[in-house]
Ligand binder design. Structure first.
Ligand SMILES: Cc1cc2nc3c(=O)[nH]c(=O)nc-3n(C[C@H](O)[C@H](O)[C@H](O)COP(=O)(O)O)c2cc1C
Ligand SMILES: CCCCCCC(=O)C(=O)O
Length: 356
């Protein structure tokens, strides 16, 4: 693994520099959450509350972080969460993220609200991609996006179900946040002449009437595996799997939708109890350190995803910045696995965890 520049020894070291280089309203859009941002903080605090019980005298001389998600081989159980409009953070945008994730051998989930077409991202990518979709009011358009993702080589559809409307985000409301000039949802037929708020754009495009019937419909129109993202209730996870989802991504959208929503690490054990035997379960929200990855995997998550930290790296130094952030996760995870007595991902388990 490449050496880590000493200025950036943890993912959060990228945040301060990203804040300095991004326009204030873009920084606020990335960093912010719904309401008082209690859930943004709660996601991280839930990791802090869990403590580790390292095991000794286990041969960790040879270690591997390799794992799989839905059969796709990965260099580690950490991936890139879908986030919108990467060219807001850096001109190379989604292409830089795809190259960095591919070079690291990690899974990259590409948002339907990307500012680079899903086809161009696929051409630049050297690693596995999943496509994150919101169900649009126009079902023909929704279906055509799925077909485009299939044709471009994406390996799963990740259906976001937690954004019927955009949450009440104080910072964006104060800033009257609008997409910067030249940044557009290029996968979608939206004119370039308008200057709508994100909430306006969302209201025009995304269908707030989405129900389980639509999940069934999406399942029926593709042979790609379906992952349902944005679930924290065990009964919702159960229903998604009953309707054919191969995976469930436990997520509260990084605290951007419902302030006061349960932290994802708090929700994870109950979701695993219900569907852990029949589907893969993933998690995002507040994953900032290798120890967080270890704790989530020890609880039962197959892969965890980082949202904001990838954007911090992108803002700081494009592809190299993203690569540095991803390498930090891998390096930290490797060391905490070694010091906890885990030579491989399969040996990470609940025996390492203790609630104080
Ligand atoms: C700036 C930003 C944009 C996002 N855009 C999307 C999106 O387009 N689709 C989606 O499913 N989730 C989106 N998310 C949520 C992330 O996928 C993920 O759930 C969240 O960022 C994880 O929390 P973390 O940022 O604490 O790692 C976005 C998050 C951020 C911060
Ligand atoms: C119409 C724009 C909606 C973008 C939504 C992106 C997102 O999920 C976010 O959290 O922001």
């Amino acid at each position: 693994m490449p050496a880590v520049p000493t200025r950036f020894v943890r993912a959060e070291d990228f945040a301060a520099v990203a804040q300095a280089v991004l326009p204030t309203d873009v920084w606020d859009y990335v960093a912010g959450g719904a309401g008082d941002e209690r859930t943004v903080r709660a996601n991280e605090e839930a990791f802090h509350r869990l403590t580790l019980v390292p095991r000794m005298l286990i041969d960790v001389g040879t270690r591997t972080l390799h794992t799989t998600a839905l059969g796709v081989p990965l260099a580690g159980p950490i991936g890139v969460a879908p986030t919108s409009y990467h060219t807001m953070a850096h001109p190379d945008g989604e292409l830089a993220v795809a190259r960095a994730a591919g070079a690291a051998g990690l899974l990259n989930i590409v948002s339907v609200f990307s500012s680079t077409t899903l086809e161009d991202v696929a051409k630049a990518a050297t690693g596995p991609l999943w496509f994150q979709l919101y169900c649009l009011r126009d079902r023909g358009l929704t279906r055509s996006l799925i077909e485009r993702a299939e044709a471009a080589g994406y390996r799963a559809i990740v259906l976001g179900v937690d954004l019927p409307v955009i949450g009440y985000r104080d910072r964006d409301i104060r800033n009257a946040f609008r997409l910067p000039p030249g940044v557009r949802p290029v996968n979608l037929p939206v004119g370039t002449e308008q200057d709508p708020t994100l909430a306006d754009l969302n209201a025009v495009l995304v269908d707030p009437r989405l129900t389980w019937q639509d999940v069934e419909w999406i399942r029926s129109v593709t042979d790609l595996p379906l992952v349902v993202k944005g679930i924290v209730a065990p009964s919702d996870a159960e229903r998604a799997v009953q309707l054919g989802a191969s995976g469930v991504l436990v997520s509260n959208h990084g605290g951007r939708q419902v302030d006061g929503s349960v932290a994802t690490m708090t929700a994870l054990p109950d979701v695993l109890d219900v569907v852990g035997g029949s589907a893969e379960v993933y998690l995002d929200g507040g994953v900032r350190r290798g120890t967080d990855v270890l704790k989530a995997v020890a609880t039962g998550a197959r892969v965890v995803f980082a949202g904001r930290p990838v954007l911090w790296g992108l803002a700081v130094d494009g592809e190299s910045g993203v690569r540095a952030v991803l390498d930090l996760y891998l390096r930290e995870l490797d060391l905490v696995m070694a010091t906890c007595g885990c030579p491989d991902v399969a040996s990470i388990g609940p025996h390492l965890l203790r609630n104080p």
